[in-house]
Write a new protein. Structure first.
Length: 346
């Protein structure tokens, strides 16, 4: 079968190859497993970081990709959960079942490391890690959901405790996690505001339900936000950038406000000052989430008919390098998807 692997290179600056290869089709070896015919996969910045050599625990010649959708082609052992022909998405990690505080076991995200990924024509998973796709989603939309959806779900609800009527700031709108966080908050009835360095992305976010947004390159972007809320403070900030933004958050948040940090794409340090301590502002780190949270997220998406934002779709695994180039440039609004087969929604 065809698959995209990460291949080590010695060039400077480091950018390891994403190589399309033929590898043996995986087989079911244990009861409780299922074999998937993969129909579509999507990209995350994580794959770019792996290629740049800055991601921990890279395993070379491992299949890349954490996100995918497909149909079950074969099951091993008795299962009351799934049957052959079911359209499913894959839990994008292993080792975390239900503990709300963190993983119970050694925890790995799929692809590019100790656990093989989904950038392949076929994939073997534990049946417990497979979840039926909500009927309203196309294959491309379903492939865009797992990692970004789970990360956003945990950030918004488990850590951010977002509720109806609250004011929420989501930074760096345009990436997959930020957009899913926007959709979740809007569905929950929160008042969502965004920031970005791209005015066009702010306008697109407003079309998706944001109340407004500001360009963080402006010197007074925090004051502009306060004008948009008519001086009302924010309850929660969902942040994937880190860096100097925390200084502004301290002014924007209410007493006891919450900053949820799910990444630090801009700068890997933040300035948490005594002012924040005195104002009881909490910083809560948040990674992807558990299998239980993944199931809750899928149910929420089905209930509210939420559709992940797909920026661009290419046919076939052979288009992977083109998608990587778009991801590196950072111009996308939403997820980048490869389709391996015609849409199987119907």
């Amino acid at each position: 079968m065809k698959a995209v692997i990460v291949e080590e290179t010695n060039f400077e600056p480091t950018y390891h190859n994403a190589k399309l290869v033929d590898i043996p089709k995986p087989e079911l070896t244990e009861d409780g497993q299922a074999l998937l015919d993969v129909h579509a996969v999507s990209f995350n910045h994580r794959e770019v970081w792996i290629r740049k050599g800055v991601y921990p625990v890279i395993v070379f010649d491992s299949v890349l990709g954490a996100d995918g959708v497909g149909r079950i082609a074969e099951v091993k052992g008795n299962s009351s959960k799934h049957k052959v022909g079911d359209r499913v998405v894959v839990m994008p990690s292993v080792g975390w079942t239900k503990d709300p505080r963190g993983p119970e076991e050694d925890y790995y995200i799929l692809g590019g490391g100790p656990v093989p990924g989904l950038f392949s024509e076929h994939f073997v998973a534990q049946q417990d890690d497979l979840f039926k796709v909500p009927d309203h989603l196309t294959d491309a939309e379903a492939a865009a959901l797992p990692l970004a959806g789970l990360t956003a779900w945990r950030a918004v609800f488990t850590k951010g405790q977002v509720r109806e009527g609250q004011n929420v700031l989501i930074t760096g709108i345009g990436g997959g996690v930020a957009l899913m966080a926007l959709l979740f908050c809007v569905a929950a009835g929160a008042n969502v505001y965004v920031n970005s360095s791209d005015d066009a992305k702010i306008l697109k976010a407003i079309e998706l339900g944001a109340q407004g947004g500001v360009n963080y390159k402006a010197d007074n972007w925090d004051s502009q936000l306060q004008n948009l809320t008519h001086g009302e403070p924010f309850d929660v900030v969902i942040d994937g950038a880190g860096g100097d933004g925390f200084q502004a958050f301290n002014k924007l948040l209410r007493m006891g406000g919450i900053i949820v940090s799910y990444g630090m794409a801009g700068k890997s340090e933040v300035d948490y000052t005594m002012i924040a301590v005195l104002r009881n502002i909490e910083v809560r780190g948040s990674t992807m989430g558990s299998r239980v949270e993944f199931g809750e997220m899928i149910d929420f998406v089905a209930k509210h008919k939420i559709k992940p934002v797909v920026s661009q779709v290419w046919p076939g695994l052979e288009s992977a390098e083109e998608a990587f180039n778009v991801m590196k440039a950072g111009a996308q609004f939403g997820k980048l998807v490869l389709t391996l087969k015609n849409d199987s929604k119907l």
